[in-house]
Design a protein around this ligand. Sequence first.
Ligand SMILES: [Zn+2]
Length: 500
Amino acid sequence: MSARDVESFERCLEAYGIESAEEARAVRVGEKETSEQAAVVARYADLFTREQLAVLRAAEEAAAEDDRESVARLRLTCQDGLVTLELAEREDELENALLAARVPWDGDELPLRSAHARLAVEPDYARRAALGAAALEVSTRFNDDRRSLLADRHELDSEITGIADPVARNEAEKGVTLRPILDAVDRARVESTSRFTSERERWLDRLLGPEREETPSSAHMAWVRRLSPLESTYTKERSIGVCLATLERIGFDLEAEQGIRTDLEDRPQKSPRACVIASDPPRVVHLITRAQGGLHDYEAFLHEAGHALHYAGCDASLPLAFRSLSRDHALTEIYSFLFDSISCEPGWHVEHFGLSDADARENAAAARFSNTILFRRYSAKLGFELDFWSRFPVDGGTPDGYEERLTAATGIRYLAANHLADTDAGFYSADYLRAWIRAAQVRSHLRGEVGDDWWRRVETGAFLRDLFREGTRPTTEELAGRIGYEPLDTAALVDELTAV
Ligand SMILES: [Zn+2]
């Protein structure tokens, strides 16, 4: 069969994208017990051929400047699909084995995902530590499979792109260099360390209690991030209502958004990590969360609402490349970070929970601490991942540096055995970090243009709505320029990290 022209490829790719996203969604939310992604990609195998890739490459080179980026994104998707086609069956196998894995607990067994979800709500320190260790032991059994899939993906990627160095390959895809991002966030982390250290002692004492170890294990992170001891204020029951009201204040009526479909139910196999799956933006965008009680539910819902409103808010007449394809996730994460950071505003706690000014300041500080520890974790993760992938062609992937870097940055012990389960594909950590820098710049911009109460002003929504209309087209670096910042200027971020 001969390869398709650009238009025909785009049309068919759209159909594939919808099916593939819906399959991923069904598994993620626990509606399906097994992943059949391989069958989906096999049905569209004629999209992902070397001949097709050659056609798209030629079209990209011949394209006028204005059209080149949209063809480039189609080409990148084809490239990625070629690799997925080869590996989908084994990736399904790994995913299905993880879904079937059981953690022995209390004389019974828990699905691995339920064990991870349980860590956020188990109130006893010692039991949390034990459950975390048991879950890690089960997860570690899959490390050889994880590593061998990474190696095969690396081989295929090298051959198809002609770029042997994994870091350079990812930089070519994202269109940015990664080391300067690491340098910028490392500096920001160091500049804010003394503030973090005192907050860390205060909050770990309060959240983990007197029996805590000096450096608690990462088994406690979900409990800490959930700010569980504040649960009586931030109840599971109120989370949706408060979040909808929060969005309304900045001018978004989530329930009236035609394209957004929410899935808020609790199922045993549903991943505890909230997410958005934009199957067919702006028409079909799934917002998926699993509330467990605690402030983190509110942050997670607001975070995903930022993604959902972004995708559902794009202009329907944009080409596929600017509605649902992107080189990375650094743009959409700005919007989600901006939304979830509303929980760091003391006024929000007064307005929606009737707290005194002093309590509101204290709880907003807790939210800031929880965000800061995450920023520090990701900055260390990017450092590790850059080393991991730089060495990978030679050593095939080792945990060297993972435990040391993450533990030093957070004061929480991350065990080396967790390094593969903790790695998102394609340097997602760098996307998060670019968004962290940018979201701080956007907040600073909004404070100047809209006011300190930007988080409850419809002008904020109007500013965002214009950006959402452009879909995935602009780069995050372009957005920095529009509001008058250098892309890696971390002054606004450091101000927030060191604010008293
Ligand atoms: Zn996100």
